[in-house]
Design a protein. Sequence first.
Length: 207
Amino acid sequence: MVIFAILSLIPHTAMMLAREVRAGTLKRLQISQLRGWELMSGIALAQMGIAAVQVVVMFLAAIALGFHNQGSLLLGVLIGWVISFGAVGMGLIVACISSNDSDAINIGFTFTMLQVFLSGAFFPAPATTLFRLGGYEIGMFDFIPATHGMLALQQVMIGGAGLSQVAFRILAALVLSVFYFLIGVFIFGRWRSVGRLKSPTPKPVAA
């Protein structure tokens, strides 16, 4: 449930960027010095601010409802924030392939549920090892930041692991999150340059 709550940032981020497109922000960008990656970075920073509050409130609510963490709560918050960055990056990608706010929300929730199930957050994922990296097994679904984040959270909050024991998983989730964010920036820039991302033109008002 923690992973699902964090990944709900995907449709929310996608909706925010799609709303900027619909509001005509892209047209204003064409006559200003603001570039596409700067717009996306601003939206990402705003979403990460929301994520920081969301993760803290989520853990406090869990503790209030009787959850007893075995490891560092602060480390758990850090891991949740890293997962949030991956969710924001994927939300930006979803926005680039959405034509309006509604599409962004629907496609975003599809991405959310796929990640929740593939990461093993709801049900154990098949243990398929593709290769080993630094003594760690890399599975079929380890290309998802939430997979590494979920494993790190389990080790810290349930198993009582410390930072050194989950450092690889945190780093992997962070690297993948940055990768997805850069993909979103690239797609946004390409689609904007070829005119695929256009804000709607207002219809003339009848006299």
